[in-house]
Design a protein around this ligand. Structure first.
Ligand SMILES: Cc1cc2nc3c(=O)[nH]c(=O)nc-3n(C[C@H](O)[C@H](O)[C@H](O)COP(=O)(O)OP(=O)(O)OC[C@H]3O[C@@H](n4cnc5c(N)ncnc54)[C@H](O)[C@@H]3O)c2cc1C
Length: 386
């Protein structure tokens, strides 16, 4: 949880700085980088200058110490221009949050300042070829020998897998124990002998950011890198980061939904059919109205979840609702934007098709929307016992 606060003036100054950067250095480059599926190295350097790799890391460790509410607004602004950029610092920050919340003092001192500056960047290595939703079914193991652990297994779909230096990797330290989560631990694994990139994965969208398979082959991890220093806590530590992760995905959804609305609103005023702009046809007006309403609702749900998180309240249901609604809003708005653009919506020369390809990821990442519905329903019943 975050207890950080920021004044309205400071938040406005920060967001204005992000907007200026997006207009000056990002917007015009996006289409070329997207087409080439090229890692945006220069933008990563600029994100380091803006402090984004330390956005939610406490000030005492060199971060910006931002509350989740402000962080979500940054994510939305960037996603309105190019969602891929947010993936480069988000999973990095979830890894950082695991160290901040559950790490030993020595681990915080050792890792957080370098995470905050972006000197070391990375992400989360949870998913495996055989499981993503059912994380307790992972097969990667860490076997103890004295003070060291030997890690073996394969992780897949790891964001920043190629460009990143360090990963919070979920393993089984006791593959036999029941319930299964008791045998799970989370390690910080820096790249080195025994940790290699299996292959880069091709994707429908979310271009520019690398998604890769990571192979652990007798990788030696010191016990000093076991987060919290105690075995068996990994599942709890992983699930503990999901609320912030879901708020981030919701904020991305708001960004995509807003971008689709903005494209549709302007295009519908310049495209004419039957002697008038298409925004004057009722069939288009009802689409615009629904799109705008979804944007507003998704933003408010996201802000609501972020403020509960910032107050230190349990917010798995709120974050789940925001993630579910905002990601579906992104999908629906991207599709309606495409319809409003007619044939041009299908063209690679307009940003619409990118929004259409990026939106579906939001329904999958940080817990699929099918799982969000289950989490929401369970919480609903738990909070309203008869
Ligand atoms: C671009 C991209 C980036 C990613 N980045 C990362 C990353 O950085 N780190 C990482 O660890 N992972 C990452 N992932 C993996 C992602 O988290 C998983 O894909 C996701 O958790 C779903 O897991 P799965 O693909 O194994 O699907 P499965 O778990 O096999 O699910 C398949 C289907 O079954 C449904 N389902 C499963 N269980 C249930 C149930 N109990 N009840 C109802 N429905 C159910 C799901 O909702 C889904 O529709 C990334 C994925 C992508 C595509």
């Amino acid at each position: 949880m975050s207890n950080e606060t920021i004044s309205t003036e400071d938040e406005t100054r920060l967001l204005d700085g992000i907007d200026r950067w997006l207009e000056r250095d990002v917007r015009d480059q996006v289409m070329a980088l997207e087409r080439a599926d090229e890692y945006p190295r220069e933008m990563v350097a600029q994100m380091r200058e803006h402090g984004l790799f330390g956005a939610t890391i406490p000030v005492e460790y060199g971060g910006l110490g931002l509350p989740a509410g402000t962080y979500a607004k940054i994510v939305t602004r960037i996603s309105e221009v190019w969602m891929s950029l947010t993936g480069i610092f988000n999973s990095h920050l979830i890894m950082s949050k695991a160290v901040e919340r559950f790490g030993t003092d020595a681990q915080k001192e050792r890792f957080l300042p370098r995470f905050a500056s972006g000197e070391i960047r990375g992400g989360l290595a949870l998913t495996e070829p055989n499981c993503g939703t059912d994380l307790q079914a992972i097969r990667t193991t860490a076997a103890r020998q004295g003070d060291d652990f030997t890690i073996n297994g394969t992780k897949t779909w790891i964001s920043n897998g190629i460009e990143g230096d360090c990963f919070a990797v979920l393993v089984k330290t006791d593959p036999e124990v029941q319930p299964r989560h008791r045998g799970m631990s989370l390690f910080l694994a820096e790249k080195g002998n025994g940790l290699s990139v299996g292959r880069r994965l091709g994707k429908l969208g979310y271009k520019g950011i690398d998604s890769a398979e990571l192979v652990f082959d007798n990788y030696q991890a010191s016990a000093d890198n076991l987060i919290g220093g105690e075995e068996g806590q990994g599942f709890y530590q992983t699930v503990g980061g999901l609320e912030l992760g879901r708020i981030n995905v919701a904020a991305r959804g708001v960004g995509i939904a807003n971008a689709a609305l903005a494209e549709a609103t302007s295009y519908s005023q310049v495209r004419e059919t039957m002697g008038k702009p298409i925004c004057e046809h009722q069939a288009i007006q009802t689409k615009l109205a629904d799109m705008a309403t979804r944007c507003q609702a998704a933003r408010l749900l996201t802000e609501y979840a972020a403020s509960a998180y910032d107050r230190g309240e349990r917010c798995d249901m709120e974050a789940g609702m925001a993630k579910l609604f905002a990601s579906e809003a992104a999908m629906e708005n991207a599709q309606e934007c495409m319809r409003i653009h007619g044939g041009y919506g299908y063209s690679t020369e307009f940003p619409v098709e990118r929004l259409y390809r990026d939106a579906p990821l939001l329904c999958i990442g940080e817990g699929t929307n099918e799982m969000q519905r289950i989490i929401i329903a369970r919480q609903l019943v738990a909070r309203n016992p008869v």
